[in-house]
Design a protein around this ligand. Structure first.
Ligand SMILES: [Zn+2]
Length: 107
């Protein structure tokens, strides 16, 4: 399944604990096929005691989530949708909603 997800996209989580949540893509790691999405898949990272952090403690961070668990939101359909690619006359590739055909921006 081709994944056309970029940084700053608004996506919907379609599987896992955060299913149904909509948020912004902060980072995409194409090699690993994963993305970090704001507020999604939060985990606690434990910090060792250090001079800077004498108490140690824990930090809440977003762990990467598989791209296959995300869908770009079509503003027209108002939900996460599968996307296709359309090549415009100027050669630029645009993502389109497979349901309604709306242009979802340049890839
Ligand atoms: Zn649509």
């Amino acid at each position: 399944m081709p994944m056309h997800i970029r940084r700053d996209d608004t996506v919907e989580v379609i599987a896992g604990d955060d299913k149904g949540q909509r948020s912004r893509v902060l980072r995409v790691d194409r090699d690993k096929g994963r993305a970090v999405v704001e507020g999604v898949n939060r985990v606690f990272k434990h910090l060792k005691r250090s001079r800077k952090n004498p108490q140690g403690g824990r930090l809440e961070i977003e762990a990467p989530i598989a791209l296959s668990n995300l869908q770009v939101i079509c503003t027209k359909c108002d939900k996460g949708v599968r996307t296709g690619i359309r090549t415009e006359a100027d050669g630029k590739k645009h993502r389109v909603c497979r349901k309604c055909g709306a242009d979802l921006g340049e890839l």
